[in-house]
Design a protein around this ligand. Structure first.
Ligand SMILES: C[S@@+](CC[C@H](N)C(=O)[O-])C[C@H]1O[C@@H](n2cnc3c(N)ncnc32)[C@H](O)[C@@H]1O
Length: 354
């Protein structure tokens, strides 16, 4: 039902990119150099340059064959540039301009053409090792409302996600955007794809969506269907990050949290956006945020963190009480941290000390 085969090549590649060269080479051989080349070319998009990727002494694939300049690069170096942490200059880079007529256009034309070529080569190398950019800038570029417009969330995301940004994470966002228009939306998925350069990005929407891109998968489904969400979690998770930016109806937020939180990895985060609806009756909220509202649910996690201080300090705790290790609130957005909450409560004699 879910296109799990889609990650057959990128998932191991994202892991192997920071490993030693032997392990990376073995991974490329196992996945096949042709499949890895296709993945690299999908990631960098089109350029005015011919790129020959090489592996084990053979050219494994090209980007264009009609360009005036040829860049040759080892396939493993390209993978490390895209997904690795290698800051060294390209060890296997060669740039050639095989067109012999190029020098015969007169001095002015020759310099002009060289300038254009240099720029094209540089754009290709930048795509092969994308610069680190902050979320506010990416939110503006890709047109999500997480920064400006209605919300100022990017600053909070930056603070909580910074430790994950270079890790090979799996991200799920509920709500692709664009509502009923299949060709609209996807701004935040593109933003996450650029921010988590080793991330596999999943978007869930009740409407059919055509958004595609390297490391992006759009899934159609309803966030108020717990059986569907559980299957999604089992087949595509566990996730390091889940973001709920879907319907924002209070019931839906609670159902999605209950179904998906078990599929968040320890150390991961579950984020709920647009908590203003918890106070709005027409969205299923209430100004005093009782337990059936999304904010009521989130506030109960604060007491859950300290459940051991109530009743038997070693007593049984619920799944959420044992597995939520932290929670942060900002204006209209909350971050729930998954981790073991197993500390014992204070000793009995201290409880009656005064
Ligand atoms: C605010 S938009 C998401 C914006 C996007 N995350 C961004 O930042 O660019 C909300 C999306 O949630 C989707 N949605 C509404 N109800 C849903 C449901 N029950 N299950 C899944 N998605 C739903 C809508 O179709 C809409 O595209």
């Amino acid at each position: 039902m879910f296109d799990t085969a889609r990650w057959t090549v990128p998932a191991p590649l994202l892991q192997a990119a920071t490993a030693g060269r032997d392990l990376l080479d073995d991974t490329i051989r196992r996945l096949t150099p042709a499949a890895v080349t296709a993945e690299v070319l999908r990631e960098i998009g089109d350029h005015d340059v011919r790129l020959d990727l090489r592996f084990d002494g053979h050219v494994t694939g090209h980007l264009r064959t009609d360009a005036d300049v040829v860049v040759t690069l080892d396939l493993a170096d390209a993978v490390r540039g895209l997904y690795g942490d290698d800051e060294r200059p390209w060890p296997s880079l060669a740039v050639t301009t095989p067109n012999p007529d190029l020098d015969e256009r007169g001095v002015a034309g020759w310099f002009h053409s060289r300038k254009g070529l240099a720029q094209s080569v540089q754009e290709l190398l930048t795509a092969l090792r994308p610069a680190r950019r902050d979320l506010g800038e990416l939110a503006v570029e890709f047109g999500t409302d997480k920064w400006g417009d209605l919300h100022w969330y990017a600053q909070h995301y930056e603070r909580h996600f910074a430790r994950l940004r270079t890790a090979p994470v799996k991200v799920l966002e509920i709500g692709i955007g664009g509502y009923g228009d299949p060709n609209s939306g996807g701004g935040s998925l593109r933003m996450w794809q650029r921010y988590f350069r080793r991330g596999l990005i999943h978007g869930l929407d009740i409407a059919r969506k055509t958004v595609t891109g390297p490391r992006i998968m759009a899934i159609q489904g309803d966030q108020s269907d717990p059986v569907f969400l559980d299957r999604l979690g089992r087949e595509l998770g566990p996730f390091d990050v889940v973001v709920d930016d879907g319907s924002h109806l209070n019931d839906h937020v609670r159902i999605s949290f209950d179904a998906l939180f078990p599929h968040v990895r320890n150390g991961g985060l579950y984020v709920v956006e647009d908590l203003q609806t918890a106070y709005w009756p027409s969205w299923g909220g209430h100004p005093e945020t009782p337990p059936h509202t999304s904010m009521g649910m989130l506030k109960s996690f604060v007491d859950g963190l300290n459940r051991a201080e109530v009743g038997d300090p070693r007593g049984e705790r619920s799944y959420l009480e044992r597995n939520i290790s932290g929670i942060s609130f900002h204006h209209n957005i909350a971050f729930v941290e998954k981790g073991l909450n197993a500390e014992e409560g204070g000793p009995a004699f201290l409880r009656t000390f005064y």
